[in-house]
Design a protein around this ligand. Structure first.
Ligand SMILES: [Zn+2]
Ligand SMILES: [Zn+2]
Length: 239
């Protein structure tokens, strides 16, 4: 997925956010740059690596970074957060504290995948939990705790703009892997069915990898969790 731009509009408020999806790292993880087109202040969600490129993007679009939001602690999602914080002074927020064991190991994991220096360990300034809220300008985002792929995974969503950032919980036509330490397939399915699908069929989502989709599309057709799904746990693909 390359250079995807989406204009997000909150109908009642007239506020507008711009979403730019920037795939980073060899895992092509969908880092989201989300910013207010009036104030030009924005957040990066899941800056997994390639911090220099992300900073160049901020400059290119004229965006001042205010916060870094993380969906979960995996290397491809959280690997660039500590360096970005060091360079910009903005806080790292999320995921849930149960993912700290993943974030402690990020440097070692990148080395193991053959890319030493791609990312490093990070301790967030603030953990997130079910029911927490995040702000970007006047827009409030809600937080759901969605364990399964990792125990501390969170999903960040806004009902007015019909947009959710789901990390590696759900993909177009697939679901998150659960064959990693503390992964849990039943818990993942439960998170999708009780936390994501109830947000409504119209809800669009940015997954950690691959194309955007909607909860309605996946509720109907996803072979792992849709109507008449027959596939068992997912043990392949990006994590
Ligand atoms: Zn992951
Ligand atoms: Zn991932």
């Amino acid at each position: 997925m390359h250079g995807v731009d989406v204009a997000l509009i909150a109908p009642d408020m007239g506020a507008m956010l711009e979403l730019k999806i920037i795939p980073v790292t060899p895992f092509q993880q969908n880092c989201s740059l989300l910013y207010d087109t009036e104030t030009m202040k924005g957040v990066l969600i899941d800056p997994g690596g390639e911090v220099d490129r992300l900073r160049a993007k901020l400059q290119e679009f004229g965006v001042t970074l205010t916060e870094i939001w993380l969906t979960h602690g995996h290397l491809d999602h959280a690997g660039g957060a500590d360096q970005l914080r060091e360079e910009t002074g903005v806080p790292v927020i999320g995921p849930h504290k149960d993912d700290q064991f993943w974030m402690d190991e990020i440097g070692d994991h990148w080395a193991r995948y053959g890319h030493p220096g791609m990312g490093r360990a990070v301790v967030p300034d603030r953990y997130l939990d079910e029911g927490d809220q995040l702000k970007l300008g006047d827009i409030t985002f809600d937080v759901s705790h969605t364990p399964g792929h990792t125990p501390g995974h969170v999903v960040i969503h806004n009902q007015d703009m019909k947009i959710a950032f789901v990390g590696d919980v759900l993909f177009e036509g697939s679901i998150g892997r659960t064959d990693f330490p503390k992964g849990n397939h039943a818990q993942l399915i439960d998170s999708i069915k009780t936390k994501l699908f109830p947000l409504g069929d119209e809800m669009r989502f940015v997954p950690g990898h691959g194309n955007m989709s909607t909860f309605g599309q996946e509720r109907r057709h996803n072979p792992f969790v849709g109507e008449g799904a027959t596939s068992g746990p997912n043990t392949s693909g990006p994590g």
